[in-house]
Write a protein that binds this ligand. Structure first.
Ligand code: SF4
Length: 211
């Protein structure tokens, strides 16, 4: 089966919006400041963006609060007209979905459920608050399966009857740009994905150069 070029789909959508002059409302799920840096700048001229920090996977609580604070600092320092909706720390839904999957490697079933959960919360909120689109910063990460993220987003778009913005923010050196922006704004770049299970492999080659 031919691979879908989600990066091109995004660029075609941005071109279409540029032509119409429309600036739709976008609810952007954000996992952390580094992944949001390039993504926000890439989308900013085309959407009215609200960032949604919903990541019950992150542990411990101090890490959760620090990643959230870094995201807020980034948005303030970029001086963007972007609102933020954030959730208080509540890891229970994550531990429930991860039951029995604790020892799986990254990109396995636990990660799929973790990503699907966060995307679904974003779709639900976007629908409730009358956004035009929802999407996530997660496709910028080379550690994540963009095909899975996008197909999950597409399914949720059908379920909630709201548009999903297909993306591959790695394209056009997006990941590299996020690293440059992280250095420029002195952003905290975590060395594990987020959950306690990924933290426990900290120090491994896989975690050495994470976002
Ligand atoms: S490794 Fe990352 S994506 Fe996978 S379950 Fe943990 S936090 Fe979620």
């Amino acid at each position: 089966m031919q691979k879908i070029n989600y990066g091109r789909m995004l660029d075609e959508k941005l071109l279409e919006l540029q032509k119409t002059g429309e600036k739709p409302l976008l609810l952007l799920h954000a996992c952390c400041a580094p992944c949001s840096s390039h993504t926000l700048l890439y989308l900013y001229n085309y959407f009215n963006i609200t960032v949604y920090f919903c990541n019950p996977n992150i542990a411990p609580e101090s890490e959760y609060n620090f990643r959230k604070a870094e995201l807020k600092r980034l948005i303030a320092e970029l001086a963007l007209d972007v609102k933020i909706i954030d959730e208080d720390y509540n890891p229970e839904p994550f531990y429930k979905l991860a039951e029995g999957l604790e020892n799986l490697p990254e990109k396995g079933e636990r990660c799929q459920k973790c990503i699907a959960y966060r995307l679904e919360k974003t779709a639900e909120l976007a629908k409730e608050l009358d956004f035009d689109y929802f999407t996530t910063t997660l496709t910028i990460s080379p550690h994540k399966d963009s095909d899975f993220i996008n197909s999950c987003g597409g399914e949720l778009a059908r379920k909630y009857n709201i548009k999903y913005l297909f993306s591959d923010f790695k394209k056009h050196d997006g990941y590299k740009h996020s690293i440059q922006l992280s250095a420029q704004y002195n952003l905290y770049r975590q060395n594990y994905c987020g959950c306690i299970y990924s933290k426990n492999i900290k120090g491994s080659a896989e975690n050495a150069e994470r976002t």
